[in-house]
Structure formats: C-alpha cells, structure tokens
Design a protein around this ligand. Structure first.
Ligand code: BG6
Length: 286
C-alpha cells in the first residue's frame, strides 16, 4: 500500500521502491522520517514528544505565522515559531499517484483558542508532500480567507541527519547577507563553504543558489527552493543542546544540521482572497 493511515500518522511508500518512504505526524504535519533506499535522511531526537504535548524536536517542523519571537504586532504573543507545529492538521488525502503526493490542511478551526486570541485571522494552509525515489518535495499554499490583510513568515525547519558535523560543509551561501543570532551581528558571508565547530544560528537572506550539504567532498543533499528565499543554518552545539530538555542524545548535535528554507527576513502581507505558494525540493545523494 503506497499510503497507510493511522490515527496519528500518514506513511507514504514509494510505489516502485518500497525502501523509500516518508512518515508524517498529524500533529504539526511534522515529517518524522524520510528514507531513501532504506536509509534515514532526517534527524529525530530520541527525546522528541510525539503525543501533541509539544513541538516535535526533529524531522521537518513547520514554522508559521512567525519565525522565532516577534517583538511587536499580532504574532508577538504567539509562542516561538508560531502555532502550525503545535496544531493537529487534517489529512486531505492523495493528490496524485505518480509522483506519490498527499496533502494536509490547517485552518482556524484546528488552532487552539489561546493562539486564536493572539492571531485572530482567517486563513487556510495546504501542505503538499511529494515522495520521489530519492527526493522529498514539500510545498505550502497560504490563503487569506478573511476580510482583512494580515502578514506572516513561514519556514520548513528541516533537521538533516549527517554522518559527522566536523566533516559537514554547507555550500551556496557565499556573498549572502547574514543575520547572525549567536554573535548578534550582521555581515556578508565571506566563506565559500560553511563549516560548523561551535553553536551556529544564522539567517541567510535572499539566497538565489541551490544549497548543497556535503561531507568529505561528497554531496549528501541538494536543496532547491521556490519563493522561500531565506536559509537558516542552525546547530546548537554542546551547551544549547543540553539546555533543550527534548534534545537527545545530548551529543546528537554531532549528527544533525538544520538547513531551513523559509520566508522569514521580512513579512509577507496577504490581502483578502490572496494566495501565496512556496516549494522546497531536497534530493538525497547519501
Ligand atoms: C532555529 C532558530 O530555526 O530554531 C533558533 O534560528 C532556534 O534560534 C531553533 O533555537 C530551535 O527552535 P525551537 O523553538 O524548536 O527550540
């Protein structure tokens, strides 16, 4: 069966290659696992809570309508990264058999009252997940179904599983403007390749190239994007990992890197009836 559904999850298996699959938790529409040729591509914390009590630490959490914490405006009283990852999405079913593609939906009726009080706008999110033999595509459609303008940020917070953080290189960011949340500074990226040897938390703005994650000179992932122009690179390293109760094992930072495609460096405004679409495609060469 290419699509299996339980009360809490939807699992897709590639029709011609049973060893490629993707598993989506309805809570947060959080992708928990993506395998290619039987090999896991994503990092999921051993301490991740999958019961809906908190956002999932790992896989692909969805960030909407705010990235991080806003200092003012209607999103400023929402929790960090918004409510999409804290809400249970509806499974809308299969969209196509080839490529195998399914959709999930979120609207105000699925969002907790507390969050609705802070951000009381009418919207529809349609999340499409497409499984290829060695690719994973995620697309989001955001629609303003209300009567007033509102603004949002959005991001695919992908936790990639990697063999060794010391050997990982992230390419495609040279010359890009960076907001560095660790050094609290802004600069243009001068390195031709990014290496990680301490905590990294950077927002790269308006990146026009594909991003390549490599290790030992070999490409692991090639990431292309449409309308998600910003790229966040995050690795918590030793201390920040310890400070997250759900980040396990504690040295898990050695086998993960978050490279997150989003629209977060500015706000996008949607008027009533307006629709905004974006897409990310990850090819695994692991
Ligand atoms: C990243 C942010 O996208 O997410 C970091 O840039 C943040 O600042 C990280 O620490 C994890 O966030 P959270 O809310 O899942 O702990």
């Amino acid at each position: 069966m290419p699509i299996e559904q339980t009360d809490t999850e939807v699992i897709l298996t590639h029709p011609s290659d049973g060893s490629s699959s993707v598993k989506v938790l309805l809570h947060g529409a959080n992708i928990l696992s993506w395998t290619v040729a039987g090999k896991e591509q994503l990092w999921l914390s051993e301490g991740a809570m999958l019961d809906g009590s908190k956002a999932v630490r790992g896989g692909v959490p969805l960030v909407f309508p705010v990235f991080g914490k806003a200092s003012s405006g209607p999103t400023s009283t929402l929790p960090q990264h918004g409510f999409a990852r804290l809400s249970t999405w509806e499974f809308l079913g299969q969209v196509s058999a080839n490529p195998l593609s399914v959709q999930f939906g979120l609207g105000p009726e699925n969002v907790h009252e507390t969050f609705r009080k802070s951000w009381d706008f009418d919207f529809t999110l349609i999340y499409t997940v497409v499984l290829g033999e060695d690719t994973l595509e995620t697309a989001m459609r955001v629609e303003n179904t209300g009567k007033v303008d509102w603004e949002f940020q959005l991001l695919f917070h992908t936790y990639f599983r990697i063999p060794d953080i010391d050997k990982v290189r992230v390419n495609g960011l040279t010359g890009v403007a960076v907001k560095d949340k660790v050094s609290k500074s802004e600069y243009s990226e001068s390195n031709t390749t990014i290496t990680i040897s301490s905590e990294v938390d950077r927002v790269y703005e308006d990146v026009d190239q594909d991003i390549v994650i490599a290790s030992d000179g070999k490409t692991l992932f090639d990431i292309s994007r449409e309308n998600v122009d910003d790229v966040v690179v995050w690795n918590p390293w030793v201390n920040a990992s310890k400070n997250m109760g759900d980040f396990r094992p504690e040295d898990g930072y050695k086998s993960m890197i978050c490279v997150e495609a989003g629209s977060v460096s500015r706000w996008t405004t949607l008027s009533p009836g307006q629709i905004w679409d974006c897409r990310e495609r990850i090819k695994s060469l692991l």
